[in-house]
Design a protein around this ligand. Structure first.
Ligand code: LMR
Length: 395
């Protein structure tokens, strides 16, 4: 049966993680997989998470099933956090299902789109997260990429984005990154979001928004301004939410899919399909991380502490952006890397060839082949080495 299956090459991001782990050089630097690291190089369990976790364990009196849509209180807190007071709330036009991470939400969302509109094309930004095509395309949907960013010039291709999407057919779907665009770190301004919204409205396109870094860009509310604009104005929209980064719950797989519909009855009907899709793929999402997240979001003291911790993670990355830019400018006697300090979130694209990325790996500096750097891998003790390596390899 399995004779036809040839061995695959490793996933581009996870394969790099394995290569990094196997490297025994003491000066190795991990700018690969998108996990937050503190100045000591650790990916910490947040204080608020530790406290909530103890309470969850203490109060838990059963391990029985929850439901295909997960915990109700978690779903309610996610809606508050992501959508605030958008009109869909009072009109009961959206429903939320807890999912195994943001990836689970993307996959369930893709299945839902395929059920409702099997011939729709899903437009994915070029570039985008390396796993987007697999998560969305494995549902059988047709994917196409739209121009988003010029890695050589380090600028958004905003006019091209609008022109390209203006060719989409009514009912096609556009995958948008809510903030901290992965892999570029280049986000739209609010006025650009408004222009995208006008286009979606005019062409009757459906936004599917990936929200994996809420709080890592400018702040918990600021990072969803564009998303809220869209949800307030359009009858239908989807958002895949992840708590891997902002709560540091990576391995617990905590996420949610919110689907907004034209009215409450439609939202109920659509939700029944979401639950059926979930049931047919994984039956029910894992509970532990969602119980922790619900408690952190629902308890005023824990939430306050979360915001403090989140702000400090964001500030650390911003500081490293500024520090790396300064070292690169000094090492190359130029200002060509200035773009790094003004971008947002974990990633920036260095904008060099895969050959240069390979040369950097020879120097034990690891980034993905498209030259995506995770800025949280930069630390005061390694920044000079990284800047010197980039300057040598790129000369
Ligand atoms: C990344 O982009 O590196 C992260 O989202 C981790 C992953 O699963 O790819």
């Amino acid at each position: 049966m399995f004779q036809s299956l040839a061995r695959l090459s490793p996933d581009s991001i996870l394969g790099l993680m394995a290569q990094y782990r196997a490297d025994t050089a003491p000066n190795k630097v991990d700018l690969g997989v998108g996990v937050y690291r503190d100045v000591a190089g650790n990916t910490p369990v947040l204080r608020c998470v530790r406290q909530a976790e103890q309470a969850v364990i203490y109060n838990q009196n059963t391990k029985s099933y929850v439901a295909p849509g997960g915990r109700e209180e978690f779903n309610m807190r996610v809606e508050e956090l992501v959508l605030g007071n958008t009109p869909g709330l009072t009109q009961q036009r959206y429903r939320t299902a807890q999912t195994p991470g943001g990836s689970g939400a993307l996959r369930v969302g893709a299945e839902l789109i395929r059920l409702s509109a099997p011939t729709a094309t899903v437009y994915v930004s070029n570039p985008s997260w390396a796993n987007h095509p697999a998560l969305l395309g494995s549902s059988g949907l047709k994917l196409e990429s739209y121009p988003y960013y010029d890695p050589a010039a380090h600028v958004l291709k905003f006019i091209e984005t609008l022109e390209y999407l203006d060719q989409a057919r009514v009912g096609d779907v556009v995958l948008l990154h809510a903030c901290c665009h992965n892999p570029t770190g280049a986000d739209w301004s609010l006025s650009q979001w408004q222009q995208v919204l006008d286009l979606l409205k005019h062409r009757q396109l459906i936004p599917f928004i990936d929200l994996a870094y809420q709080g890592f860009g400018r702040g918990l509310n600021e990072d969803v301004e564009g998303l809220r604009l869209i949800f307030a104005a359009l009858p239908e929209a989807l958002v895949a939410v992840s708590f891997s980064k902002n709560l540091g719950l990576y391995r617990e797989r905590v996420g949610a899919l919110i689907v907004q519909c034209e009215d409450s009855n439609r939202a109920e009907a659509v939700h029944s399909h979401v639950l059926k899709v979930a049931r047919s793929i994984y039956s029910m999402p894992p509970d532990h991380g969602a119980a922790i997240a619900a408690l952190v979001m629902g308890d005023a003291t824990l939430k306050e502490d979360w915001v403090v911790e989140l702000n400090s993670m964001r500030t650390r990355i911003e500081d490293m952006r500024a520090l790396l830019t300064r070292h690169l400018n000094e090492a190359t006697a130029s200002t060509k890397f200035d773009f790094i300090k003004s971008q947002r979130g974990m990633f920036s694209l260095l904008g060099v060839s895969s050959k240069i990325v390979d040369q950097l790996r020879q120097r034990h500096v690891y980034m993905t082949a498209d030259s995506r750097m995770n800025l949280a891998g930069i630390m005061p003790h390694n920044v000079a080495y990284v800047a010197e390596s980039i300057s040598i390899c790129d000369s």
